[in-house]
Ligand binder design. Structure first.
Ligand code: KG4
Ligand code: ZN
Length: 375
């Protein structure tokens, strides 16, 4: 695991006995390949990550300024066998010791999804193991139940129990979900255009900061003045919980049109700080409305959770932690290495689904689009 502090959850044992016929934990091999990470992990139902390999293709896509689906699919084919082999070796396990195999079956870039899904299907069939088709978004949504760190990484243990209110923000999605249980998601709000991650990536590209944009904008924002540029806060004066980021992107283009490159370091820092402040304000405004939503009030979630690649953002974590404390809620986020795409979240979602008997019973086709509300 990474160097950041990881807080182990104390939620009691999951019921592994019924499925393994012993009192040992269930071991799951999870595989992720839906975008630009080829990743596998072995996780057990006692919340231990025995091994975790993430092969990032980011350097291969950087020169194109974003993920190229065909290149990604080919890179997954080249990497997948080695990633799985090393994951087993690092855990000191052979495949016969694994109880269940899980892989992302969508949503995502279908060429990549197929690579991981076919590898998992082959392993499960040839070894006669149960197979779980994991929805990638459910991987993000459930991983805070595996490990959760507080915004500053130092708070006490946090148990992420159902129901919780989830801000799911990644490169492909931006949604507020009421998580009632495994497979039970209510959409409270979602983006009408770009995702939050896309907004970070596009603004970074306009500034010539490279791909992916989130990490570099986050770093630059910490050095800048958030009041320099007056970015709009789309929909923030309106009721509801939906997002819109295209207006922020257009404003970025307009501001940059008035300034010729190369931009000074100070200009870039102030620009990033101002842009990020607008995104943070939108997220907090929409989450505040979500907490007033009748369905949310009725469910009374105790924990406010952020997940997905954008959950790495320091300002978003801090602002959400403040909101949670104002509303007398707990705040939880995955540790940094479990925010962006990874195999451990797929293995964990595999375990949670497997323990409820949600395994593949007949061949399925991976899905490029697969909303969480269709589980
Ligand atoms: O969840 P993820 O790995 O992939 C998808 O499922 O889409 O999310 C990737 C996204 C990218 O858009 C990236 O720019 C963003 O997460 N990201 C961040 C940060 N780190 C990664 N966004 C804001 N701040 C960060 N520190
Ligand atoms: Zn993702």
């Amino acid at each position: 695991m990474s160097e950041e502090k990881i807080i182990r959850l104390d939620m009691g044992q999951l019921d592994g006995e019924a499925h393994t016929g012993t009192n040992r934990a269930v071991l799951c091999l999870g595989i992720e390949s839906s975008c630009d990470e080829t990743s596998a992990a072995i996780v057990d139902s006692d919340r231990n990550i025995l091994s975790h390999i993430i092969y990032s293709q980011i350097p291969e896509h950087q020169k194109y300024g974003g993920v190229v689906p065909e290149l990604a699919a080919r890179a997954h084919i080249l990497a997948i066998d080695e990633v799985i082999k090393q994951t087993l070796e690092k855990a000191g396990k052979n495949i016969s010791e694994i109880d269940v195999v899980a892989a992302t079956a969508g949503p995502g870039l279908i060429g990549g999804v197929l690579v991981g899904w076919m590898a998992a299907t082959g392993i499960a069939q040839s070894t006669n193991k149960p197979l779980v088709a994991v929805n990638h978004l459910e991987g993000h949504a459930l991983v805070p139940r595996l490990h959760a760190a507080a915004a500053n990484g130092t708070d006490g243990a946090i148990s992420v129990n159902f129901p919780y209110l989830l801000m799911l923000a990644s490169g492909g999605h931006c949604q507020i979900l009421l998580v009632q249980g495994v497979g039970k998601y209510e959409m409270i709000g979602q983006t009408l255009d770009d995702s939050a991650g896309e907004a970070f990536d596009k603004v970074a590209k306009m500034l010539g900061l490279g791909y992916p944009g989130g990490p570099v904008v986050d770093k630059r924002a910490a050095l800048g003045n958030p009041k320099t540029f007056k970015f709009p806060r789309p929909l923030c004066d309106k009721p509801g919980c939906d997002f819109s980021f295209s207006g922020i992107k257009t404003a970025a283009r307009t501001f940059l049109g008035k300034q010729s490159a190369p931009y000074s370091e100070e200009y870039i820092n102030d620009f990033c700080a101002s842009f990020q402040a607008a995104v943070v304000d939108c997220i907090i405004d929409r989450l505040s409305n979500a907490l007033q939503d009748e369905r949310v009030i009725k469910a009374a979630p105790k924990t406010l959770v952020v997940a997905g690649g954008v959950a790495k953002n320091s300002a978003i974590r801090a602002a959400m932690e403040n909101l949670a404390s104002e509303k007398n809620m707990l705040f939880a986020a995955p540790p940094m290495n479990l925010c962006t795409d990874n195999g451990a979240m797929i293995a964990w979602a595999g375990i949670e689904n497997y323990l409820l008997g949600r395994v593949v019973k007949e061949p399925i086709a991976p899905r490029p689009r697969w909303p969480l509300t269709e589980l």
